[in-house]
Design a binder for this molecule. Structure first.
Ligand code: DGP
Length: 115
């Protein structure tokens, strides 16, 4: 846990969130500023600033973040209609919170193309 990190605090329950899932590796909760009817953030419980910090030892947590997606998508009833997965990294990627996270966004038709 990094003391000042808001997502670490959410993982630890020190900050409130609408939590949808938690296990020993990952936590999923609703985004505070949703851009679509479904907007969920999936984070590793252990602090990683961004995808730049990923190493092979994080493979299980990173894999869990992805394999959780279809379960959440079915719960949100967007598995069939579709959704977008986004991971922003660094300034050019417009990452605002420096704890790696995967956005699961759905419930409306996305803009195309990316960018
Ligand atoms: P990004 O730009 O990829 O770093 O996205 C950060 C997201 O985190 C953004 O969509 C808003 C969300 N967010 C920021 N602070 C909080 C918070 O305190 N609680 C929750 N649930 N979401 C937050």
């Amino acid at each position: 846990m990094t003391e000042s990190c808001i997502f670490c605090k959410i993982v630890d329950g020190e900050l409130p969130s609408t939590q949808l899932y938690q296990d020993e590796l990952v936590t999923a909760f609703r985004d505070l500023h949703p851009v679509a009817p479904t907007h969920i953030l999936i984070v590793p419980n252990a602090h990683l600033a961004s995808t730049n910090d990923l190493t092979p030892e994080h493979a299980e947590a990173a894999g869990r973040m992805l394999t959780l997606v279809p379960e959440l998508a079915r719960q949100e009833d967007i598995a069939e209609s579709g959704y977008r997965l986004v991971m922003n990294t660094g300034a050019d990627g417009r990452q605002e919170v420096p704890h790696m996270h995967l956005h699961l966004i759905g419930g409306r038709r996305m803009q195309h193309p990316l960018g």
